[in-house]
Design a protein around this ligand. Structure first.
Ligand code: ATP
Ligand code: MG
Ligand code: MG
Ligand code: MG
Length: 442
């Protein structure tokens, strides 16, 4: 993309309404625009990152054997009456009436709808295990929408639902979700700690939340600092191997890590004092095992091998896709702007032309631009007729991890400069070497 033809409405001033750094930078970098309290347009740069985040989620769900589908945002009240949640859910649910006076709602989550899909086409144990998921907009009429996309009213969530024959199989699905989530967050450059949580309106007895540590997080968290050293790295996982998957979950959940809702002061005392941490965290996902709560209420049964009819065992598993953009920025920025981890960056590299209109500089930039594209990369070429300082400020603000700076002086000796956004370190090399280097990184 050439910046002169892109739509990147950056703001020079700090917007007064933004209280936290991620909200401020998302507005300043022209990623989002608020349309109403907690409701945002995703401008081109924001949409690009959102799509990259979604793609990682899809890839990791696919690896775990989970199947995508797409359910609508609007649901009928009747479905929610079957589970009893229509009245229980309260004011967070946005209720809508259509012209026929039928009661609808904008889905805050999809347990009822997925159970309805399941019961209308699955009736045998032979079709299990099954895990279906989608990435779809949700609406929750939050009391205090704030912090930009962090607590929106309309927000994008990945929600997945497992259907299994018995409790052990459902717990395996739970564990599979935990491992696939760990990998998902790691690929986004995040350390998200699974913490024992309280189940709330979904119900059930087994649940973990995933928290990214950040001083602006809304949850208070208590943990053993050793938990932040755990990494999946590039371990290969066989998601069908129950024991292997369970062992990874044990590894990531045996150290003390809880939110204020489940915190146990006596158990926390057992953690060596120098490793005890009290901090704040952002909830970026949650997994639940709730057994037959919905299948019993809604008549979702399957025939067993010995001819019995049993309610299917279920769980549900969510990732806050749009909230993740805020969480990533909270975890990765400096005073100049965002620093995107390579896994989610909107463009792979910036090309900054220090002297637009200089025929040699222009030609070198074009060659690098096309060269990166030929390697399958997506560069942003700052071809505006602007001062170098302004161009640097823009690429720093929007957080591209690599910048190739091209100017007449360097070109005299055949070099351009490759700069890391994270370390600020620069290295001179030939244009071809810069292309190679960036291509190797991705
Ligand atoms: P919170 O405690 O922050 O209100 P929740 O526990 O109500 O979240 P879940 O029902 O567990 O949310 O939904 C799954 C994920 O969706 C959450 O872990 C979070 O990342 C995301 N999410 C929930 N509410 C919002 C919101 N209002 N704006 C953005 N993301 C949200
Ligand atoms: Mg909530
Ligand atoms: Mg919560
Ligand atoms: Mg939750």
């Amino acid at each position: 993309m050439r910046l002169s033809r892109y739509f990147l409405p950056v703001l020079k001033e700090n917007p007064a309404e933004a209280q936290i750094v991620s909200h401020r930078f998302m507005l300043r970098a022209g990623m989002i625009k608020q349309q109403a309290a907690g409701i945002y347009s995703w401008l081109p740069l924001g949409l690009k990152v959102l799509r990259r985040v979604e793609r990682i989620v899809h890839e990791e769900q696919g690896r775990a054997g989970h199947i995508p589908l797409l359910m609508p945002t609007l649901q009928t009240a009747d479905l929610w009456r079957e589970s009893g949640r229509y009245d229980d859910y309260g004011e967070e649910m946005l209720r809508i009436t259509d012209r026929q006076k039928r009661e609808l709602l904008y889905g805050p989550t999809n347990e009822e709808m997925i159970t309805d899909i399941f019961r209308s086409s699955v009736s045998s144990y032979k079709d299990l295990p099954l895990t279906l998921y989608h990435i779809q907009w949700k609406f929750r009429d939050e009391m205090r929408p704030r912090f930009g996309v962090m607590r929106g009213r309309e927000f994008l969530m990945k929600d997945g639902y497992n259907f299994d024959l018995d409790r052990d199989a459902a717990l395996h699905a739970y564990n599979r979700h935990m491992v696939s989530y760990l990998r998902t967050y790691e690929r986004m450059g995040l350390t998200a700690i699974p913490m024992r949580a309280a189940s709330g309106p979904i119900g059930g007895d087994n649940t973990h939340e995933f928290l990214v540590l950040a001083s602006t997080g809304e949850s208070e968290v208590f943990y053993d600092s050793a938990v932040t050293d755990l990494k999946l790295g590039d371990r290969q996982v066989d998601y069908d191997d129950r024991e292997e998957v369970a062992a990874i979950c044990r590894e990531f959940t045996s150290l003390y890590a809880r939110t204020d809702e489940t915190h146990d002061a006596t158990a926390f005392e057992q953690v060596p004092e120098e490793r005890r941490r009290v901090a704040r965290g952002i909830e970026v996902g949650q997994i639940f095992y709730f057994g037959t709560k919905y299948s019993e209420a809604m008549g979702a049964t399957v025939a067993t091998a010995d001819g019995r009819k049993v309610p299917v065992e279920m769980g549900s598993h969510g990732i806050g896709v749009s909230r993740l953009l805020g969480a990533i920025i909270e975890a990765s920025h400096d005073d100049k702007g965002i620093i995107w981890p390579e896994g989610v960056t909107p463009f792979h590299a910036a090309i900054v032309n220090l002297k637009q209109g200089d025929s040699e500089a222009d030609a070198a930039c074009e060659a690098i631009y096309k060269g990166l594209q030929a390697r399958g990369l997506d560069p942003l070429y700052d071809d505006r007729d602007a001062r170098a300082g302004e161009k640097f400020a823009t690429t720093d603000l929007i957080g591209l991890p690599w910048r190739i700076t091209v100017g007449p002086r360097g070109l005299k000796t055949g070099v351009v400069e490759l700069t890391s956004r994270r370390t600020g370190e620069s290295e001179e090399m030939s244009p071809d070497a810069a292309i190679d280097r960036v291509a190797q990184i991705y």
